[in-house]
Write a protein that binds this ligand. Structure first.
Ligand SMILES: [Zn+2]
Length: 375
């Protein structure tokens, strides 16, 4: 299992200048490689591969003094990042979705340099983190690193520089958790409702932070473009965004930890975020960040020996959790209570959905365990 560990870096002024230059070199490399792919396709219907671009990089490094001041593998990682963007683009096109062509990265849109191999241009040495062509940067190891370091990256954020280690923790065979099965309904009114009727509210800090965000946004728009005061306001806005991101992730971690200790198996609906986002709820959908929450839930569950079962979301809101009948007139978003015309069962709308999800999870669980038994 892989796990990421993130720490703050404190570069000297000189080291910071080297890191900024390196980011800029990588950004230009990315944009140049993107332009090459675009031109080749538009002018000659020819596609350029990662292998082509990597071979070319090797030659370019002998003549380009900026590229010479970077780690070769890290440049390859940047080209691979572009390759991934293209693969995702082609995948979306194939699936018939509206796909945005990979974009050129603006000055503030490129913040990370990856080092795909540990000890290849990067090495941890006590309270210093060595990066090739930068030097030994002070690092604050506020918690121990676990496992074997596989990849390293440094990244620039509104609150300064960070290093992220992706570590291999080996095979984590956690003992199966004896706890019960729960169904989760991810909602907007409550962040989630469990099949036991527990409702976890969306965190309050978000509303507060949102106010601060709007204030920061207004400050930016009031100030003159290109001015120093505006640059300062932009910096404050970026910090406000980062603060929300951190708080939201924190909330997701805490909620997931609580659930995996409480339950032995958790069923949740498969998310079709795009489907939801098409409605006018779009903004709040992205705000609560269910995708991130489910990722965290899955990885925490793996560590805790808890089983997570995604189930299809179809009819989980409409069907009656007591008799499985579908209503004659489907519920709208306004209907907060489930009232079954078939069996008379009444329950909170979200609780009814969570119970349906639990039932689907339970039948999947039975299915997989019988398959195990046959094998
Ligand atoms: Zn019913």
């Amino acid at each position: 299992m892989r796990k990421a560990f993130k720490y703050k870096l404190y570069p000297t002024r000189q080291q910071e200048a080297a890191m900024l230059t390196m980011l800029e070199t990588h950004r230009r490399l990315y944009n140049r490689a993107l332009a090459e792919r675009k031109d080749a396709w538009e002018q000659e219907r020819r596609s350029v591969s990662y292998v082509d671009q990597s071979a070319q990089l090797k030659i370019e490094r002998t003549t380009n003094p900026y590229l010479a001041l970077t780690n070769f593998s890290s440049c390859q990682a940047t080209l691979r990042r572009l390759d991934k963007a293209f693969q995702a683009f082609f995948r979306r096109v194939k699936a018939g979705e509206t796909a945005g062509y990979p974009r050129f990265k603006g000055r503030n849109r490129f913040a990370t340099v990856d080092f795909p191999g540990y000890r290849n241009g990067c090495k941890l040495d006590g309270d210093r983190m060595y990066f090739q062509h930068v030097g030994r940067v002070r690092i604050k190891l506020h918690r121990p690193i676990e496992g074997t370091i596989k990849t390293v990256s440094f990244t620039r954020q509104a609150d300064g520089w960070h290093v992220v280690f992706s570590c291999d923790l080996g095979d984590v065979h956690a003992a199966p958790h004896p706890g019960p099965l729960a169904g989760l309904d991810l909602g907007l009114k409550a962040f989630l409702v469990t099949s036991d009727g527990e409702s976890i509210k969306p965190p309050k800090f978000y509303r507060k932070a949102e106010k601060a965000l709007r204030r920061a946004q207004r400050r930016v728009s009031r100030r003159q473009k290109g001015s120093k005061r505006r640059a300062k306001a932009v910096q404050i806005l970026a910090k406000a965004h980062l603060h929300i991101t951190n708080q939201r992730r924190d909330f997701h971690h805490k909620t997931a930890r609580k659930l995996v200790t409480q339950y032995g198996a958790i069923a949740h609906e498969e998310l079709n975020i795009k489907g939801i986002a098409r409605t006018r709820l779009a903004k709040s959908t992205y705000d609560v960040g269910w995708g991130q929450f489910l990722n965290i839930l899955h990885s925490k569950a793996e560590e805790a020996g808890c089983v997570v079962i995604p189930v299809p979301a179809k009819n989980t809101t409409q069907a009656c959790s007591a008799c499985e009948a579908l209503p004659e007139t489907p519920k709208t978003l306004k209907d907060r209570v489930h009232r079954c015309t078939n069996c008379g069962y009444e329950a909170d709308r979200d609780l009814n959905a969570a119970l349906n999800i639990k039932r689907l999870g339970s039948s999947r669980q039975a299915l997989t365990s019988s398959v195990d038994a046959v094998v």
